[in-house]
Every structure is written in structure tokens, then in C-alpha cells.
Design a protein around this ligand. Structure first.
Ligand SMILES: [Zn+2]
Ligand SMILES: [Zn+2]
Ligand SMILES: [Zn+2]
Length: 125
């Protein structure tokens, strides 16, 4: 799908449309990307290596030179997940317990993301 508002941002730049540092490939205004663009694909996740949010790990690989580092358990209560619908953040713990919708605005999240959590979080709920 082609969204004219999609924007690619590479390191060291960050995408100024969002309230947090974020980058990725063909990112739309709700943080869908070239790799995940279903209606409910509207979160971005922070990586511990650079403290920057990306819509997915492939976006991290495509827009930076360093290896992605998953979010550690010791920081599980810090803001880690951005809701692309309301531009607000939540911790990994809150996200994992959110039952696939944003605790702030109620927007639906993709339940299929659960299959990939181990690529983003170094712990399970
Ligand atoms: Zn990084
Ligand atoms: Zn992506
Ligand atoms: Zn939200």
C-alpha cells in the first residue's frame, strides 16, 4: 500500500512527526512501516542500544549501522512502546497486559505482534 504521507528516516536523524525519537522505512502517521502496514499495526518499540523507537526490527536494521539490542527486564517499567494513534507511550509491562488495545485511547493493536515479542523484549510479561 502506498501512503503519500509515508516517510523514511535514517540515523542519525529522527522523525519529527512524533513526540519521541523514532525512525524507520516508509513510516506513516500512525507508525505503520514498509514491513507491517495492516490497519492495527500502529505501535513503535524502543530499542535499548540507541533509545530510539522503530515500527519493527527490520526498520532498525535498515536505518542504523549497529546491531539491535532488546529492551531489558530491568527497564520494563520505563516507557518503551509508542501508540501511533495517540502518540503516547506505555511501558512494556503495560503493553504486554493491554489485551491488544491502547490503554490511553483504545485504538486496536495487532494481536499477531505477540509472536514477535522476543525480538523486542528480553523478557515475557
Ligand atoms: Zn539501536
Ligand atoms: Zn518496519
Ligand atoms: Zn493510543
Amino acid at each position: 500500500m502506498t501512503d503519500v504521507r509515508a516517510q523514511t528516516t535514517r540515523a542519525p536523524a529522527t522523525d519529527d512527526r512524533f513526540s519521541v525519537p523514532l525512525r524507520g522505512v516508509r513510516v506513516d502517521p500512525e507508525t505503520r512501516c514498509q514491513h507491517y502496514d495492516a490497519p492495527s499495526d500502529r505501535i513503535a518499540i524502543k530499542f535499548a542500544c540507541c533509545d530510539v523507537y522503530y515500527p519493527c526490527v527490520q526498520c532498525h536494521r535498515a536505518t542504523t549501522e549497529h546491531e539491535p539490542e532488546r529492551w531489558p527486564q530491568t527497564r520494563r517499567h520505563e516507557p518503551t512502546v509508542l501508540c501511533g494513534a495517540c502518540d503516547r507511550t506505555m511501558s512494556a509491562v503495560v503493553y504486554l497486559q493491554s489485551n491488544h488495545s491502547c490503554p490511553h485511547c483504545g485504538a486496536a493493536f495487532n494481536p499477531g505482534c505477540a509472536a514477535h515479542h522476543d525480538q523486542y523484549f528480553a523478557f515475557a510479561e
